[in-house]
Every structure is written in structure tokens, then in C-alpha cells.
Design a protein around this ligand. Structure first.
Ligand code: PMP
Length: 378
């Protein structure tokens, strides 16, 4: 099997799974219980949270566990909107966001908020002038992801933050950092809120977090009991949280070394794909090497994906969450429907080997020739 869909999800690392298993077996108490078993679990919860806050260089009280980045995004965007509706109802988001952000924006629009979309240049970067021009006194929130999940384009969050601050000191800046953490450096000082998910960094599925600066007030979306978190009531998912803290620690180790290795794999693929006249690379010079997006013009990406699957090669069309639709990110960058309708996302990891890439390129060639022959014969 050749797995090249690491941006959709990653396999859980053995060390992380080990932490999960040990915590499940040895910490049976509810962290909210008053007795000794509860206190023991609560201590572990606090120490895992502290480890995460140290790694992310924020305060423990600024970490809120969720079920994943979709929930973190909901908590952030809807929470800010509801808490600030008296100040304004204007929200800005980029055109290169994850589908979950657009779904939330549709909901916010349906309840009376005004959502506007920031343009980008033809390399995928936010159009800074457009952002400046669209900022208003009633802009309560701006959300721009750190790394786009489809094309890997990385945004300069620090600079974006400066523009926002200059135009309106009160505007809250959220970033979906799900595809950035572990792949490139992140700095939570550049934003007010950020979303993360464990399963993108070799952690378990079903756990994520929202970083929220302590100065920001948001309205909770869930109500219930439990002393651990006012935003996410109920029993904390201790084994998942402990496993997540381990996954973050591993993810933040050797980023540069891993990136260097992955860059070489990426270059190898690009050089090889260059020889096909109707294969175009959609990732830009601002893309991280882990996410390589290409279009095989004139071919349905699902057909290509399933043909590769016959050889046990696994890639994505655009993102796992929007399969079947055209790539909104490629459309936003190139404004070319043909290109956006035929995208394939190859996502790489430090676990990927050169041998896997060689085999992938051979299978790509076989599938390309077969499908081109079929379609030209029709
Ligand atoms: N945001 C981004 C940028 C993502 O890539 C994903 C996963 N495709 C999500 C949010 C949703 O994450 P989760 O599966 O943890 O809800």
C-alpha cells in the first residue's frame, strides 16, 4: 500500500497509542469526581494541558479541548459572533478556507451576520489591500487559515494580524491551524484564537482543541456540568487528551529536518509530472511541501483516484471533506473551472519513502496512459 493522503488523516503513532492505552487502563476515575481516583485523573488532565500549553507557549486556561477542528471552528466563529453581535455583525474570511468554515459562515449569514470573502492573489496569498479595504468599524472577526488544506498555501499570519490591528483594534483574529501544526512553525501570539485537530498529527481521531486568548470572550455553544471547562462541559476525554499532548510533543520535534526531506520528495514528484502536457501543478511557491495539488486536465479526479486505488495507492481529490465538488481553493487562485474540476491532492509525510514515491510515479504513469487512451477513444 502507498498512502499519500496524510492531510486527510494520519496513522496514530505507536507512542501516542501507548499513552492512550495506558491512560485508559490506569486512570479510570472521572476527572470531575471528588474522590482519590477522580483527583488522580484530574492531575493527569492538568499536567497534559500544561504540557500542551507549554509547547504552544500559551496559558493552560487558554486551551479548550474539542472533538476536532470542525468543533473548534464552530466554537470560535459562532462563539465570537454571538458574544459580539452588539458591537457589529461583519465577518471576514479568506477564499481558501476549509469547508467547515464556509458551512459555519452560511449558518451565521442565515442568522443575520454579514460575511464577506477576502480576495487572494494568483499565488494564493491574501490580497492585503482587499483585506484593508474590507475592514470596517463593525468587523468583529477575521478568520484566515495558516495553511490551506487543498493547496498547502501558507499565509503570513503576523502580517495579516498587523493589518487587522491597524484598521480595528477590537477585531478578533482566528486561524484554523489544523494543517500547519507539525508541518511548519506556528506562533499563537499572531492570533487571538486557533483551531487544531489530533488526527492530522499522528494522534487519535475525535480530539482537537481551540486556543483562545484569555482576553477574548465567547459564548459557549454547549451547556452542561463539569468543572474542567466552561466551553466544553461534560467528562473530559482524558485518554484522548493525554494522547493528543504526546502527539503535539512529537509533532513539534524535528519540523525542519522533516520538511527538508519532504521537500525533496515533492520536487521529485513535480519534476516527473512535468513531462505530462496536461498535468499542471496548483500548489504555489507559498505552499508547504507536504501538500502537492495537481490537475490532470480533462480527466475526472475521482476516476483517477479510483484507478490508482486499484494499485493500492491512496490520494485525495481536493479535501476529504469536500470530495466530489470542484476545488474552491484552486478556483480562488486560478479562476479556472477546468483546472479546479480536475484536482488531485498528494499529501506527504516524513513516513513517506523514496521507494514509495518511485512506485507512485510508475502507477501514475500507467493510470494516466490508460485513462487518456480510454477517453480519447470515446
Ligand atoms: N480544518 C482543516 C484545515 C482541515 O484540514 C480539517 C480536516 N480535513 C478540518 C478543519 C476538520 O478537522 P476535523 O476532522 O478534526 O474536524
Amino acid at each position: 500500500m502507498i498512502y499519500l493522503d496524510y492531510s486527510a488523516t494520519t496513522p496514530v503513532s505507536f507512542d501516542v497509542l501507548d499513552s492512550y492505552n495506558k491512560t485508559t487502563k490506569e486512570f479510570i476515575g472521572n476527572p470531575n469526581s471528588l474522590h482519590r481516583l477522580g483527583s488522580k485523573s484530574n492531575e493527569l488532565l492538568r499536567s497534559a494541558t500544561k504540557q500542551i500549553s507549554d509547547l504552544l507557549k500559551v496559558m493552560e486556561s487558554e486551551i479548550f479541548f474539542t472533538s476536532g477542528a470542525t468543533e473548534s471552528n464552530n466554537m470560535a466563529l459562532i462563539g465570537v459572533a454571538l458574544a459580539n453581535h452588539k458591537k457589529g455583525n461583519h465577518i471576514l474570511v479568506s477564499k481558501l478556507e476549509h469547508p467547515s468554515i464556509y458551512a459555519i459562515c452560511d449558518y451565521l449569514t442565515s442568522i443575520g451576520f454579514e460575511v464577506e470573502y477576502i480576495n487572494n492573489d494568483n499565488e494564493g496569498l491574501i490580497d492585503f489591500d482587499d483585506l484593508k479595504n474590507k475592514m470596517r468599524q463593525d468587523t468583529i472577526l477575521v478568520s484566515v487559515n495558516a495553511v490551506n488544506s487543498e493547496t498547502g498555501v501558507r499565509q503570513p499570519l503576523k502580517f495579516i494580524r498587523q493589518i487587522i490591528r491597524k484598521e480595528n483594534q477590537e477585531t478578533i483574529f482566528h486561524s484554523d491551524m489544523t494543517q500547519a501544526i507539525g508541518k511548519t512553525s506556528i506562533c499563537l501570539n499572531d492570533v487571538d484564537m486557533a483551531s487544531f485537530s489530533a488526527h492530522k498529527i499522528y494522534g487519535p481521531k475525535g480530539i482537537g482543541l481551540l486556543y483562545k486568548n484569555s482576553k477574548i470572550r465567547i459564548v459557549p455553544l454547549e451547556y452542561g456540568s463539569g468543572k474542567s471547562s466552561n466551553l466544553k462541559p461534560g467528562t473530559p476525554a482524558l485518554p484522548l487528551i493525554v494522547a493528543f499532548s504526546k502527539a503535539i510533543r512529537i509533532a513539534l520535534t524535528d519540523i525542519d529536518k522533516r520538511e527538508h526531506f519532504i521537500s525533496r520528495l515533492n520536487e521529485k514528484i513535480c519534476t516527473s509530472l512535468n513531462k505530462y502536457p496536461d498535468v499542471v501543478v496548483n500548489s504555489t511557491k507559498h505552499s508547504i511541501p507536504h501538500i502537492l495539488n495537481v490537475s490532470v486536465l480533462g480527466l475526472k479526479p475521482e476516476t483517477f483516484l479510483h484507478a490508482l486505488e486499484e494499485h493500492e495507492v491512496y490520494i485525495s481529490t481536493n479535501t476529504a471533506c469536500s470530495s466530489g465538488e470542484i476545488s474552491s481553493s484552486v478556483m480562488a487562485i486560478y479562476n479556472d473551472e477546468k483546472r479546479a474540476a480536475s484536482t488531485l491532492r498528494i499529501s506527504l509525510s516524513h513516513l513517506t519513502t523514496t521507494d514509495e514515491i518511485n512506485k507512485f510515479l510508475d502507477y501514475f504513469d500507467t493510470v494516466y496512459k490508460k485513462l487518456k487512451f480510454w477517453f480519447s477513444a470515446i
